[in-house]
Write a protein that binds this ligand. Structure first.
Ligand code: SAH
Length: 364
């Protein structure tokens, strides 16, 4: 049965060398095989033309080579592309390609669904189905890179952000392994400075990243600067409160030297008052950081509203007066539910979709 064969992508170079030896093949083939898998992103053994047909046939007999498939592709009015990727077990996970001022960002998922239950996020409604395996995380990048070439004639992605479905620090090993593959010599060789991992603020995970001295960027979904407000919208704040979070971020900065990004979704009348800005500024004093203000994307059934431009600019100015670096992020891809916190739509049953008609949807 196909399923019983080991997934070749889970076998490291030493493991491949052992197998090749038994087959009477030269050890250098292991490097070639891994290059086919991670650099050239071969999705069938037949594509591996630098290997003999006989070796390819034996590989087919011994291993399986699962790869994500593009199952749905939707392009928004602002050219953001949302992709539904089909996994080996037939489930769907979402990734987004965001073009902006000639730069291309791939936003990828780390879990299928999410266990955190943040009250303002559509993905939270799905609950957690399962963690993504490192090759499934890797494939999202490989396929979004391919889509970027096909749609925008751009060879490489400019940025990779782990800001899709799921909490990356609750799937630590797979996420780190996937990032090692994007950044390592065997793979497409992205610089870690182009990669950002976004977390809700799991303290143990942040400390682990610090101890591992990771070189990629870290973003925190802060969204409120008092425990009372933060726990209301982000339940895990009760066990990962702001004081402990601040300490772990300072530790992260001390160990890695990296400036931290704080993401703050502005919700009208909830967290956009001048006193909220003052509390946020105080939190930010603990370590070098920059703040991204993100417009709230309405989610069905959630009791929050988007802050208007006046309140948004007032909030920004108050932070800037306290010498903080602040950017206002534009919401992208909202018409196809590809914006922050909206990833869940390919999981809805047709009858439950909030919008009628989905132009640009290609289902294969
Ligand atoms: N679990 C990680 C990774 C998800 S990133 C994290 O929390 O950071 C997705 C980002 O979109 C997070 O910053 C999240 O807080 C934000 N988000 C969720 N729902 C949103 C909404 N309705 N509008 C705007 N941003 C939202």
């Amino acid at each position: 049965m196909q399923k019983e064969k080991p997934n070749i992508r889970t076998i490291d170079e030493a493991g491949l060398k052992d197998w090749l030896k038994v087959q009477g093949e030269k050890p250098f083939r292991a490097k070639q095989i891994r290059e086919w898998l991670w650099k050239k992103h071969a999705t069938t053994f037949d594509e591996m033309t630098s290997l003999s047909i006989d070796l390819r046939t034996r590989m087919k007999e011994h291993f399986r080579l699962p790869a994500l498939q593009v199952s749905q592709l939707q392009k928004s009015r602002d050219n953001t592309i949302k992709v539904g990727f089909r996994l080996e077990d037939n489930l769907l996970v979402e990734g987004v390609l965001i073009p902006s001022a000639g730069r291309y960002t791939a936003c990828i998922s780390s879990q299928l669904g999410c266990a955190l239950g943040c009250r303002f996020c559509a993905t939270a409604r799905l609950g957690l189905n399962r963690n993504l395996h490192f090759d499934e995380i890797f494939d999202q990048v490989a396929l979004l890179e391919k889509i970027c070439r096909e749609h925008y004639q751009q060879e490489k992605l400019d940025n990779i952000v782990l800001m899709g479905m799921g909490e990356p620090l609750q799937n630590y090993e797979n996420v780190i392994k996937a990032i090692e593959l994007f950044t390592g010599k065997e793979g497409p060789g992205y610089s870690p400075s182009r990669i950002t991992l976004s977390t809700v603020g799991i303290i143990k995970g942040i400390e682990r990243l610090a101890d591992d001295k990771v070189k990629f960027n870290l973003a925190i979904s802060l969204h409120a600067a008092t425990d009372e407000k933060r726990s209301e919208i982000i339940p895990v704040n009760r066990k990962n409160n702001l004081e402990a979070l601040g300490r772990s971020l300072k530790y992260f900065h001390d160990k890695t030297g990296t400036r931290i990004t704080l993401e703050y979704v502005l919700m009208d009348g909830f967290n956009d008052h001048p006193e909220d800005a003052a509390k946020l500024a105080l939190f930010c004093k603990q370590f070098p950081c920059k703040i991204n203000l993100i417009p709230y994307n309405p989610v069905e059934g959630a009791p929050y509203k988007t802050s208007d431009e006046i309140r948004t600019l007032r909030f920004k100015t108050l932070l800037e007066k306290r010498n903080l670096v602040v950017n206002i992020r534009q919401s992208r891809g909202a018409d196809i539910e590809a914006a922050c916190g909206q990833l869940a739509s390919t999981h809805k049953k047709p009858g439950l979709r909030g919008k009628s008609g989905r132009p640009g949807t290609k289902t294969t």
